[in-house]
Design a protein around this ligand. Sequence first.
Ligand code: TYC
Length: 138
Amino acid sequence: MPLEGPIISSMSDDLPKYIMGVMRPQGQNPIAQQGEGGAESDHGLAIEEARPRLKKPPLYHVVLLNDDYTPMDFVVQILQGIFSMDRSAAMRIMLQVHTKGKGICGVYTYEIAETKVAQVTGLAQKHQHPLLCTMEEN
Ligand code: TYC
């Protein structure tokens, strides 16, 4: 039987996509071909595992920028409160930002990264600190 033509023509609309397959010579379906004598004939239909349909989402770095005015302890509290760091991790990241100019606070999907940036920005404004936080595609 040639490898062509619609797969399951009339029934295909009712079937989940993952059992759609290609035509193969009768009896070569590794799933349906159980038992001898064709009692479970696959009618030439091969059932193949579907390729995974889900793609990993893009990830974003949430980045904190240095400035000369935001108090160190405020930044440490931000890192603990919004990025769930313990005090020593928060201190390490804060000092990295302070010395190198910027630092990554966390890596998230788009909407979570966006929310963290908004939370940091909101708290900085509320406390009148010039602290800047951005996100960068990874
Ligand atoms: N440079 C600031 C200071 O000396 C501290 C600071 C650290 C500010 C990290 C912002 O993202 C920052 N007070």
